[in-house]
Design a protein around this ligand. Sequence first.
Ligand code: AMP
Ligand code: GLY
Length: 421
Amino acid sequence: MKVGIIGSGGREHAVCVSLKKSRNVSKIYCIPGNAGTSLIAENVNIPIDNFEKIKNFILSNAIEIVIIGPEKPLVEGIVDYLETYNIKVFGPNKAASQLEGSKTFTKNLCKKYNIPTAKFGVFENIKDALIFLENCNLPIVIKADGLAAGKGVYICEKKEEYLQAVHEIFEGKFGQADKILIEEFLKGEEMSFFIISDGKSYKKFGSAQDHKRVFEGDKGKNTGGMGAYSPSRLESKSLEKKILDKIIEPTLKGLNKMDINFIGFLYAGLMIVDNEPYLIEYNVRMGDPECQTILPKLNSDFAEILSSCVNKNLDSNEISWHDDKCLCIVLCSKGYPEKYQSNVEIKNLDKIKLQEGEFIFHAGTHNDDKKIFSNGGRVLNFVIKSNDFKNCRSRGLELIKELNWENGFHRKDIGFKVIDK
Ligand code: AMP
Ligand code: GLY
């Protein structure tokens, strides 16, 4: 079977590595991919927003399944477009992708089906928003509607902060804004929870804990994710039942009532408050870097699972997992998430000897001849699977030290809540 993957991050490299192990996969194409994917897949240099070129490439190379990694093409309807050409795609269509693309769509669904989430209001102009805010308790959360690549969320402790948030959003800092959401601040611990669905049935697909802030101790700006570990330390049978009963199932049923089938990975960003789950947001794809910590634990054949989803018989497939822990440390370019230098050579990568259960997934890298260069803020993911989180982290840190990349920086405390408690 020939498979195609759209995207170029650590998530997509991890997907390629898992697919490579599958019995039935004969060839992998990655559009556009990175230096890491080029070692096991054929990278194809087509921009991910050029749906027509992507479609032509898929058809002329007889690619049997296409997996969409990032949210943007999903929200823009790549699945609907490719399906009109009878291409089998793993990922939700445009209607289902509103779960990530429109915060008001998701909030309204929560309201209709009693899904626990922060109390909220939607406001269409600065004046109404400010009148409402005058009477709110602080801290308060203000969000731009629509995709904002992890930005567009303000946690406001003071009046000056919410004034700034409301003005910046309506003035178009995250694209044209017709509405903002004002949300109650939930105090608890976050958890990323995943399911996989074929549109008829679903299965759990692991949990993880991301580390979004740039500095140790969860300080500083939000990033795409500085590291993760799986499973989440909060995972338990009783919590899982609450998440499925109160959040996942009402969501899928609610979508069904609108004639929307969800095919793909659904990622619930949760806040756990006193062992009760609240939905913060949905993402309609795997998390990055969560994916890099979940896929290495998969024992079943990944291509078979994806294939059963696009053929709507996920039910007939058992998904089995290794019992291990897995932890990922992201090596970033100095300055990320703000200004950073790109195109800095990464030497020594080929000298690092990885053992079983150790991976370096590439994110922002490209190669030129035999040399590898950085090409983004998040550059490499050091992922270790073992029976103990502490071992995972110390080995990851050791490998980063061995690489000794001059332009790199990373958090040394990934997993602190589960390791250093
Ligand atoms: P989001 O882009 O919606 O994931 O929000 C980014 C981050 O803001 C989340 O990972 C949370 O840490 C935080 N956040 C968002 N909404 C809330 C909320 N209602 N209460 C507390 N923290 C929140
Ligand atoms: N790790 C956060 C995300 O993928 O959105």
